[in-house]
Design a protein around this ligand. Structure first.
Ligand code: COA
Length: 330
């Protein structure tokens, strides 16, 4: 019986900067300590981009170049690149076009998606449509953020959490039952009050005052975001599992956004899912925003088998959240 054509991840690659920002480094900058950070967040290190004149597009380009090398795809074969990020190189133009230029993807077009920590999930669902509808053959989806460019290293509520990195996947059509099967994407714009960067947009363009008020940095009401993150990721996972007539036992891996180890543990407990099957990189990279999910897939790639049922889930600024169900293709 012919199987439905689906968009499948046929390759994944990641890139993180070499420079580490450890908990002991942070102890010297703000009033915090390793014990507090590890016990409250699970984070030990983060990577920080320090290469002069490098920005988010350069991290994307490194991840994509590695992906092309691995998959044997030439830059000219790429149809489209979507970059999920909240730290694009410039307000405009978008970073995806810059990435196309930097890697020599002459036949590709691209655009950015801003859904904060859910960005990769939203971009993956978007990219999958173009492949599934047979509009394009090779679509690359990148999740990348240079959070160090918008973090206030005087604010201990945020600076301990975030790091920099990029992960990229290649989407191609498959007819063997593997690929992206379903997703639940949600939003609640009232959440903008609790997690945001206030200035630099059309609401509060940059002035000497916005700079003096430190409004060009990411800000959050951590406690309230935490509660919504657990609720949002749990309910989205439950919904996608239920409507695909699965039980949690049918799932081989859960790939959660890496914002706080306690959030991840709590979601796994609510789902009755074993932590050994939850992908983690928070301890060494912190919260890399749109990059957490593809970086997890990249690092766990060798442990995956064709046909594995995988659920990706995220929660982020907006608020935005969701869960995506796929069958691993290789
Ligand atoms: N080091 C030491 N102490 C700190 C600290 C730090 N870095 N940050 C906060 N504290 C203190 C607080 O001042 C507070 O002290 P008090 O009780 O004397 O007032 C105490 O620790 C507890 O603070 P609280 O804010 O309640 O901590 P928390 O357990 O909620 O952890 C976050 C804070 C930010 C780590 C947590 O709320 C979180 O991870 N939230 C969600 C983040 C998130 O997902 N953001 C990205 C979007 S996806």
């Amino acid at each position: 019986m012919p199987t439905k054509l689906r968009a499948a991840i046929t390759g994944v690659h990641g890139w993180v900067p070499e420079t580490k920002l450890t908990n002991s480094d942070l102890e010297k900058i703000v009033d915090t300590n390793d014990e507090w950070i590890v016990s409250r967040t699970g984070i030990k290190d983060r990577r920080i981009l320090r290469t002069p004149n490098w920005a988010t597009s350069d991290m994307c380009a490194e991840a994509v170049k590695g992906l092309l090398e691995k998959t044997g795809v030439k830059p000219g074969e790429i149809d489209m690149i979507i970059v999920a990020t909240v730290t694009g190189d410039m307000v405009f133009p978008d970073t995806a076009n810059t990435v196309c230029d930097k890697i020599g993807a002459k036949n590709a077009f691209g655009y950015d998606i801003n859904a904060a920590c859910s960005g990769f999930l939203f971009a993956l669902a978007t990219g999958a449509q173009f492949v599934q509808n047979e509009t394009y053959k090779k679509v690359i989806v990148v999740g990348a953020d240079m959070m160090s460019s918008i973090i206030d290293y005087q604010d201990r509520n945020t600076c301990i959490i975030f790091g920099d990195g990029a992960g990229a996947v290649l989407l191609e059509a498959k007819k063997d039952g593997t690929g992206i099967i379903d997703f639940v994407l949600r939003g609640d714009g009232s959440g903008r009050e609790l997690l945001n960067m206030k200035a630099g947009g059309s609401l509060h363009p940059a002035t000497a005052e916005t700079v003096a008020n430190r409004e060009h940095y990411a800000w959050q009401d951590g406690k309230r975001v935490y509660v919504q993150a657990v609720k949002g990721m749990t309910s989205a996972c439950e919904e996608v599992i239920r409507r695909n007539k699965m039980t949690i036992e049918d799932v081989q891996w859960v790939v959660p956004h890496q914002a706080n180890m306690r959030i991840i543990t709590s979601v796994a407990e609510h789902l009755h899912f074993p932590m050994e099957k939850v992908m983690l990189n928070i301890e060494k990279y912190g919260n890399t925003t749109a990059a957490t999910l593809p970086l997890c897939l990249w690092e766990y790639e060798k442990k995956l088998s064709k046909g594995d049922n995988i659920i990706l889930t995220a929660f982020g600024g907006g608020f935005t959240w969701g869960a995506l169900y796929l069958k691993w293709a290789y």
